[in-house]
Design a protein around this ligand. Sequence first.
Ligand SMILES: *Cc1c(COP(=O)(O)O)cnc(C)c1O
Length: 243
Amino acid sequence: MSMKERIDSVLERVRNAAARVGRDPSEIKLVAVTKRFPPGVVEEAVGHGLRVFGENYVQEAVSKIEALRERGYGLEWHFIGHLQKNKARKAVEYFDWIETVDSMALMKRLMRVAREVQKETDVLIQVNISEDPGKAGLMPNEVLPFFRELMAMDAGPVRIQGLMTITRFVASPREAREWFKDLRLLRDHVVEQLGGSIALPHLSMGMSNDFEVAIEEGATIVRVGQALFGPRPTPKTRGELNV
Ligand SMILES: *Cc1c(COP(=O)(O)O)cnc(C)c1O
């Protein structure tokens, strides 16, 4: 299949999943995950109409973003990897969204650097909804206390848009459905408990193998790599593979 055919197929599946639950497909953002793919792949995807891209590693992303910036495509970049505090400034400078805020210390750092560089930054709080010991993110019972603490702070140019999750790997997307639903219900609970003082409109959940189920359960952002671009190139060194 060509890239164009893959993209068309994913977009159609997004539309169909939305239609099954009576949602408007235009409220679902497709983040094309280009980690380990060269800038040429991003450029080809831009040629087929994609504008929103996701990357896991700050350094790798910076070179791609710079390579494409001069073209003036007006791309939107989402950081979806584990963010170390010492990379927060670079992440704010280069990315429009940071989807993986997984601690108060990182949140505070992002607020500080966003204020310093005066950059509006959309963020999501990462939740380890399937309580996978190998994954980052707040545990579900930590989320409400986290938001209560946040509410007392001045976020400056940081806009807290909602929740994000990476679920445990399961063979069948049907098994992931409960987790996606749990994330939505957790979001609803937090918003209600905070008396509607924050909206949290976004839920980033679902990848190549389960984005349709995620959409049926309320995802507004899906992060899709291999279904759009085929198998990802394997990393050159072991050290690179710290996803
Ligand atoms: C790599 C990655 C994706 C995309 O995975 P695919 O299986 O290629 O769709 C989505 N989200 C995160 C956080 C990732 O690291």
